[in-house]
Design a protein around this ligand. Sequence first.
Ligand code: GLA
Length: 681
Amino acid sequence: MSATTADGALRALTDRLGGRIAYGGDYNPEQWPRETWREDARLMQEAGVNLVTVGVFSWAWVEPAPGEWDFSGLDEVLDLLHAHGIAVDLATATASPPPWFATRHPEAMPVTAEGVRLSHGSRQGFCPSSPVYAEAAARLVERIAERYRDHPAVVLWHVHNEWGNHNAHCFCDTSAEAFRDWLRERYGTLDGLNHAWGTAFWSQRYGAWEEVLPPRATPAIGNPTQQLDHWRFSSDALLACHRREVEVLRRLSPDTPLTTNLMGTLEKKVDGFAFARETDFVSVDHYLTAADPEGHIGLSFDADLARGMGGGAPWLLMEHSTSAVNWQPRNIAKTPGQMRRNSLAHLARGADGIMYFQWRQSRAGAEKWHSAMLPHGGTDTKTWRETAALGAELQALAEVRGTRVRADVALLFDWEAWWALELDARPSVDVRYLDLVRAWYAALWSSGTACDIVHPGADLSGYRLVLVPSQYLVADAHAEALERYVAGGGHAAVGFFSGLVDVHDHVRPGGYPGAYREMLGLRTDEFHPLRAGESVRLDDGSAATVWTEAVELRGAEQVLAFAKGEEGGPVPGGPAVTRHAHGDGTAWYVATRPDRDGLARILRRICGEAGVAPVAEVPEGVEAVRRTGPGAGYLFLINHTGADARVPARGIDVVRGTPVDGTAVVPAGDVLVVREDPAAG
Ligand code: GLA
C-alpha cells in the first residue's frame, strides 16, 4: 500500500457512504433472534450508522459442521442492512475456529512455551503455522468471497480480526518446523545461525537443524537472539496467514478494498508496519487504559501511529469503546462527553471513520460486560444518546474527510526495537519501550506540537526534527539514514540505551551508544541504572528516574548535567543532556528519564532550535490538532480539562456554523472544530 493508494481506497469507500465519515461498529447478528435484526437496522439508521463490520465471529454460524454451509442467516442480514442503506465491512470469519475444528484437529491448537496445548472454548484457537488451519481458513474465505463479492452492501473486506491478539507465539512441533524453515531462509546455513545466535556462549552450538527449537521454557535465561528471531518469525507467520486470505480476496473480489484491524501499541507481538503495507488502507482498534488519567494522550499516540503506518494517509478507527471495556482489572465507565472527545480526537488525527466494538451489547458470553453503542438498557441510556448525537455530529463534519495532518516532527517507532529491548537480562527492568516513547510523546503533546510516528526506515527528509526516544536495536541502514539526515542539516534527539546492538542483538563495539556515538559526539563508559523508586536531580532542578550513565563528551556540549553532590545520583556533575553539531545538523542526547516538565522543557528548546512551532498556543490539557486539505484547514480543539479554555483561532465553528473571531472558547470537556480562514495555519 502506498499512501496515495490508501487515500484513494478509503476515499472511494466513504464516497460509497454518501461522502460521509464512516460511522458504526462490529455487528454480531448471530447472537440475536431475527426480530432483533429488524430493530437493529432501524436503530442504526436512527444513530446515523452507515457502516458495520459483520461476520468477525461467524465461522460456526456459516459452517456449523465441517464442509456443511449455511448462509441463510448472513444472506438475510446483509439484505436487510442494504435495504436500510447501511454498508458492510464483511469479515472473513477466520478469527474463531469452531469447536469441531479443534476436535477434529487437536494438533492445530497452539502450544505454550511450557508445552501446554490450549483448548477450544474461547477464540483465535489455532497455531499460526498449522497447515490444516490454513486449508480450513482458505476454504472459508473462498466461500464467503464467492457468495458476497457482488452483494451491494459489501464495500470492504475485513481480513481476520486482530491478528495475533491471543495466539501469536506458538511452540508446537509444527511451529518448530516452520521456525526452522524461516531460519534456513534467513541464515542459509547452520554456521550463519550459530553466528547470529552467538551459540559459542554457554555451549549452545547447533550441529543439525533438527536440534533447533522455538524458545521453549528453559532452566536459565534463554538465548536472546533465538527469542528475538522467534518474535520476528511469529509476526511473519501471522503475516503469511494474512497473505493467504488476501490472495483469495484479490483473486475473487479485486474491486473491493481490504483491510485488517491492527492494534497499534496494544499488540507488541505483531509488527504493525509490516501488516499495514499489505492492506488497502490502515484500520486500527484502540482501547483507553481506564486507570491512566492521561489515557487520552495514549489515544493520541496510537492515532498518530495509525497515520504513520499508512504513510500519512487517512485511516479507519475500526474499534474503540463507547464506555467501559471488560478486560482491564477495573473497567471504568466513560464520563459524560468522554466518548465524544475520544472519537473526535481520532478524527482530528486523521481517521475518516469512527467505529466501535460493538453495536449491541451482548447478553451472554465473555464480553457481556463490555459497553456497546446500544447498551443493555436500550435507547433510554446515556450511551445511546451520546452515540446518536455523535452520529449526527459526524455528518456535519463530513467535509474534513480526506484532509491530512502535517507534522514537522517524526518520532521513530519500531516493533523490533521494542522486542529486543525487553528481552531478559538487561541492565534494568525499568527500561520499558512504551514507557520511554510515550514519555517523550507526552512531553511533546503537552506543548501542542504535531508529530508523526514512523518506522526508522521512513523517509525523514521532510521533517525538521526526528525524535528517537528508545532504539536499543538498530539496523545499520537505519542508523546510517539517521546520521545522513542529521549531517544533511536535520535535528535529531536520541534517548539513552539506544544504538547499542545490531539486528542480531550483538553489541556494537567501541563504547556506547554504539551506532550513534559519532553523531552524538560522546561516549559512555558505563551505565548506572537507578534503584526502584530512586530519583536524581538535574542542574535545572528537574527530577529524573530510571537511568543515569557516565557520558564523556567528545565534541558534544553539555546542556544539562546531573546535579553535583548526592542528589545527582551515581554520576554527579556528569552530562545528562547534550547537544552536538554534526555536519550541517544537530544531534541531542538525553542520558536519563527526566520527569514530564523537565522533558517538556528540553523538547521545547530542541523544537525551538529546529524551527518547530506548536499547532496553537493551548492551555495545559487542551489538545490542538490541524487537518489540512487543498482548500481548507480544520483546527480541532479538544478540552480534556474541567475548565473552559480560550485558544487563538479564526474561522467558522463547523458544527454550529458560528464565527470564531480571534479566540475560540472551548467549554470544559468540549470539542470545537474550526474551519480556519484560508490565511491561518
Ligand atoms: C478486540 C476485539 C473485539 C473485542 C474487543 C473488546 O478489539 O477485536 O472482538 O473483543 O477487543 O475490547
